[in-house]
Design a protein around this ligand. Structure first.
Ligand SMILES: [Zn+2]
Length: 362
């Protein structure tokens, strides 16, 4: 008997066997997709979409048949031109952010920018540059970088953050076209760039910026960027395009603390499902993603909306219960993917879903 209007909270743990069985298929799916789709973002999306469909069918498919089912699903998705459709959608979304039409001096500005990036990269050590490019350009994840370097994924992620902060500073200095006036400038600018408040105090950043005209000028774009905290991301959800932004945002954030590629896909998939629910049922809401360190390293996702609410949370979380018609996993699917999952819903007031994924040691 559904209890309408009740304030319901449900704490549910997951079904780890099924999740790990599907997760074990990921490298194989990734190989199949990677061999046929060269665009990395499109390949990631395809692998994720395959995972969604395999998980959705996991109860229906006989044990041992999951692998052939996954292979067939991946191939069908590729053959159906899903990639092009999705890319078209993504590009449509990107149009919003396009810069104004190129002005006559645009080409010169791009040239300057290109030179400044090259100069900035030259300030990094070979190791820093190689790691950064392997990660940002070749898409190598922090875990495999750590294996190569005999380090840990967390340490590699921290080093990447420091390297990015330095690169931003060197880029701005290269655009200035002169060396900074004092030895204090670089440490101050790096501390501002990384948003590291403890380091800013150590190098006396506040005082220096008052005394040094160049650092005062450069600190403005560095701080503006630093205000978006490095360990959280908030995405407003109002349309389908925001679903893509939410899952990319969550994926990029989780990547910084060294989640495995499989877990990144799992997290992105769960975030997709919650964002999709918001668009379908509430119309608008937000997804907030943050990195957490206590009691363990992990990522926490909070999806909030002020929509109609869920009448019966336990029923909505039951396996096989589909919250809407069509593809997708809905709440039960997202719950299966994550380590912790809580739904708080009140009729007429809205729904908050909180879910957490812990990083495996490594
Ligand atoms: Zn200075």
């Amino acid at each position: 008997m559904p209890k309408f209007g009740a304030h319901r909270t449900s704490d549910v743990s997951d079904a780890p066997e099924e999740r790990s069985e599907v997760a074990a298929l990921m490298p194989m799916v990734r190989r199949i997709v990677g061999a046929r789709v060269s665009d990395r973002a499109a390949a990631d999306d395809l692998v994720q979409e395959t995972l969604v469909r395999v998980l959705a069918a996991a109860d229906r498919v006989q044990p041992g048949m999951l692998e052939p089912y996954a292979i067939r699903t991946a191939r069908n998705l590729i053959a159906s031109g899903w990639k092009e459709q999705d890319r078209h959608k993504r590009n449509q979304h990107r149009l919003v952010d396009l810069r104004p039409p190129a002005a006559p001096d645009e080409e010169m500005l791009q040239r300057e920018e290109h030179d400044a990036i090259a100069q900035a990269l030259a300030h990094l050590s070979d190791q820093e540059r190689q790691t950064l490019l392997a990660h940002e350009v070749s898409g190598q994840d922090t875990r495999s970088l750590a294996l190569e370097q005999g380090s840990t994924a967390g340490a590699v992620a921290a080093e990447l953050n420091r390297t990015r902060a330095r690169l931003r500073v060197e880029y701005l200095l290269a655009l200035e076209g002169t060396e900074p006036p004092t030895d204090r400038c670089r440490p101050v600018l790096r501390a501002l760039s990384s948003g590291d408040r403890r380091r800013q105090r150590e190098v006396g950043a506040d005082l220096h910026v008052l005394e040094c005209a160049m650092c005062a000028r450069l600190s403005e774009p560095l701080i503006r960027r630093g205000q978006q905290r490095e360990d959280e991301v908030r995405i407003r959800i109002t349309a389908d395009g925001d679903i893509v932004l939410a899952r990319q945002g969550a994926r990029e954030l989780a990547d910084r603390i060294g989640f495995s590629r499989t877990d990144l896909t799992v997290i992105a998939t769960a975030v997709s499902e919650l964002a999709r629910n918001i668009v379908r049922f509430a119309g608008e809401g937000e997804i907030f993603v943050e990195l957490i360190e206590m009691p363990r390293c992990g990522v926490r996702v909070v999806a909030r909306d002020a929509g109609p609410g869920i009448a019966d949370v336990e029923q909505a979380l039951a396996d096989g219960f589909s919250t809407y018609h069509g593809l997708g996993l809905g709440l039960p699917g997202a719950r299966r993917l994550m380590d912790e999952f809580t739904v708080d819903s009140e009729m007429g007031r809205g729904t908050t879903v909180t879910m957490t994924k812990w990083r495996q040691k490594g």
